[in-house]
Write a protein that binds this ligand. Structure first.
Ligand code: ZN
Length: 148
């Protein structure tokens, strides 16, 4: 399938097969679109923000296993956090994927994507949903992000 067999650990495959929070929350009040033209991955990320807290989060996506698994892991990592703490989680993920020092404790299952940083073509797949998250946190209202 890919040249990444060692990446497809059981947990990653499970997130791909049964993505968590794969829905649009009925009370969503922020959203962002993401598109990775290199691979064809698309995501719409939804946040329900109340009092600067992520009360709920969900996404809908089409794309490869890594992009979907990463989005699923991301939603689990930030659900229930303050916007400020969610941004910290994003920063740790970005550090991990760019092979800098990072704190795995806040990343949850997303820590398993560390191996993706060895495959430049797959980094954009893994990072897509996280860039969508960052654009929502930064801009407040809807936004569109692309990895290009
Ligand atoms: Zn992809």
């Amino acid at each position: 399938m890919y040249d990444l067999d060692d990446l497809y650990q059981e947990v990653i495959m499970d997130h791909n097969r049964r993505p968590r929070n794969f829905r649009k929350p009925s009370d969503a009040n922020r959203e962002a679109e993401g598109f990775n033209p290199l691979c064809g991955d698309q995501i719409t990320l939804y946040l329900a923000v109340e009092d600067d807290m992520i009360a709920d989060v969900g996404f809908q996506a089409m794309g490869c296993a890594i992009s979907k698994a990463s989005a699923s892991m991301m939603t689990e990592s930030v659900k229930g956090l303050s916007l400020e703490d969610a941004e910290k989680v994003f920063n740790e993920f970005r550090s991990m994927i760019t092979q800098e020092d990072f704190n795995p404790d806040v990343l949850g299952d997303a820590e398993l994507l560390e191996g993706v940083s060895r495959y430049p073509a797959r980094i954009k797949c893994a990072a897509l949903s996280w860039h969508a998250l960052n654009s929502v946190l930064g801009e407040g209202e809807g936004a569109t992000v692309t990895t290009e």
